[in-house]
Design a protein around this ligand. Structure first.
Ligand code: 4GW
Ligand code: MN
Length: 277
């Protein structure tokens, strides 16, 4: 009984306390979902500026092998060097749009800027796509990632925290920040490297996060994990309708890998010295 209570972590269930599914291998029927989504239009938003452009080739090539294969996909790639990007061969129904952005000096600002870009993008996209998936670029697709991940608003459990108790989550704990989450609140710690939803839901999310980032900037402060902190704050008070297990965000050097049957989306090990701007 004691052992049972020790290993019965919220993240290992297949439903959250508010009855949103937590997607693990084996809990869904892909044939049924593929049929339901045969006309669904899916966008993948990715940002690659400065030295992170090097991650874009492997990201897109692996996406073509594993991401929404057989479905209608548009990649929205934002970069500061459009002319350097080589478009990979795309499958049927897949296309890529390249858009130019200017790169911020500080990496924290680069990472946070994505929320501002996302607000502008989702404002435009309402008639173009149904769902938008937002991802880090320093990742590769390594196994099936399909329509089972889609929902009105979905986010992914951080692979480093899925067995942690909520008091140990690295939420922003200073009340002065707009990303503040008090102890005792919050169910999961989500990673900003993969989330998404219906276009209008991501519009609302990005507006709220961008607003929080600007509020903090006015006070000359910055949340502990930049936009990830604001994302977590948003998701405490706007519960996701679907939660993705760490199968959807993994890194090969993580502990507790025995829980993860399929490693679908892997962080690329990076030499921090080499990619620093
Ligand atoms: C340190 O020098 C840097 S540079 C940290 C982030 C940098 C960065 C991030 C960059 O130079 N260019 C860039 O396009 N990004 C985007 O922000 C890219 O999409 C990346 O995946 C995302 C978040 O940064 P990250 O992947 O380094 O964050 P973590 O460490 O949480 O995976
Ligand atoms: Mn990353």
């Amino acid at each position: 009984m004691l052992l049972f209570s020790v290993i019965r972590k919220a993240a290992l269930n297949v439903l959250t306390p508010w009855l949103a599914p937590i997607i693990w291998d084996g809990i869904y029927n892909l044939n049924i979902l593929n049929e339901q989504h045969k006309d669904t239009r899916i966008g993948l938003f990715v940002f690659a500026v400065k030295k992170y452009i090097r991650f874009l080739g492997p990201f897109l090539e692996s996406a073509e092998r594993f991401f929404m294969v057989g479905h209608n996909v548009t990649y929205y790639v934002f970069t500061d060097r459009v002319s350097e990007i080589v478009k990979p061969k795309m499958g049927d129904g897949h296309s890529l749009q390249l858009r130019e952005v200017t790169a911020d000096k500080r990496w924290q600002d680069v990472s946070m800027r994505r929320m501002e870009i996302l607000t502008a993008l989702t404002k435009q996209l309402t008639n173009e796509i149904d769902y938008l998936v937002c991802a880090d670029v320093d990742m590769v697709f390594n196994d099936h990632m399909g329509v089972e991940m889609l929902g009105d608003l979905f986010a992914t459990l951080h692979p480093g925290f899925f067995l942690a108790e909520p008091h140990a989550f690295s939420y922003e704990r200073h009340p002065i920040s707009a990303a503040y989450i008090p102890f005792g609140e919050g169910d999961f710690y989500y990673m900003a490297a993969l989330y998404g939803g219906k276009v209008e839901e991501i519009y609302k999310l990005s507006v709220a996060c961008q607003h929080g980032i600007m509020e903090d900037k006015k006070k000359n402060i910055e949340a502990v994990w930049q936009e990830e902190s604001h994302l977590n704050r948003y998701l405490v008070y706007n519960k996701p309708t679907k939660v993705l297990s760490p199968e959807y965000l993994w890194a090969t050097n993580m502990p507790n890998g025995e829980f993860i049957k399929r490693k679908r989306f892997l962080a690329v090990p990076k030499n921090h010295e080499e990619v620093r701007n």
